[in-house]
Design a protein around this ligand. Structure first.
Ligand SMILES: Cc1cc2nc3c(=O)[nH]c(=O)nc-3n(C[C@H](O)[C@H](O)[C@H](O)COP(=O)(O)O)c2cc1C
Length: 161
């Protein structure tokens, strides 16, 4: 089983979640953790399990993540199991009512990331997940790396049963 954790990150929080997931998966499989800018989607080959993470920016994933997901050939997706996550700010940590109303309408990055991959033929093992930062530049809220590790392990267990 080969796993690939792909992330984008401006301030390091999504990277920290990606690394926590990579470390959790290493116990049971071969895993690489890579920044999206270091990967050519056309050269993603032989990956059984892909975990993809983006910071939520303007209610969506970064351009690099979206382009990467759209650049992976459909015949690769056909045999890939995937999960998607984002990092985000909790609505209770935002003062702006307007912003919170917009969040209700436009949401976060992870769900559309999952939808792109599913539409292209991948098997989405779990509902997309958000991990919380305390403020724009972080840090991650306490316990989020552990929650991410457990979430990724849940995907493997689901796949093995
Ligand atoms: C330009 C910009 C737009 C953002 N938009 C959102 C948003 O729509 N929803 C949200 O929850 N957080 C938003 N954030 C907060 C980011 O989600 C947060 O900076 C990110 O999780 C940090 O991850 P990183 O350290 O990997 O970059 C935004 C931050 C910036 C700088």
């Amino acid at each position: 089983m080969r796993a690939l954790v792909v992330f984008d990150s401006y301030f390091g929080n999504t990277e920290d979640v990606a690394i926590a997931i990579g470390n959790a998966l290493k116990e049971t499989m071969r895993v690489e953790v890579k920044r999206v800018s270091k990967l050519d989607p056309k050269r993603v080959k032989g990956i059984d399990f892909m975990i993809i993470g983006s910071p939520t920016r303007g209610f969506q994933a970064t351009k690099k993540i979206k382009e990467f997901l759209k650049g992976i050939p459909k015949d690769e997706y056909a045999h890939m199991k995937v999960i998607a996550f984002d990092t985000r700010i909790a609505t209770e940590d935002t003062d702006s009512k307007v912003l919170n109303r917009m969040v209700k309408v436009f949401g976060y990055a992870a769900k559309p990331m999952g939808e792109i991959m599913k539409k292209r033929g991948a098997k989405l093992l779990l509902d997309p997940m958000g991990f919380y930062v305390e403020d724009t530049e972080g840090p991650l809220k306490a316990g989020e790396e552990e929650r991410a590790a457990a979430w990724a392990k849940e995907a493997i267990q689901k796949e093995l049963t």
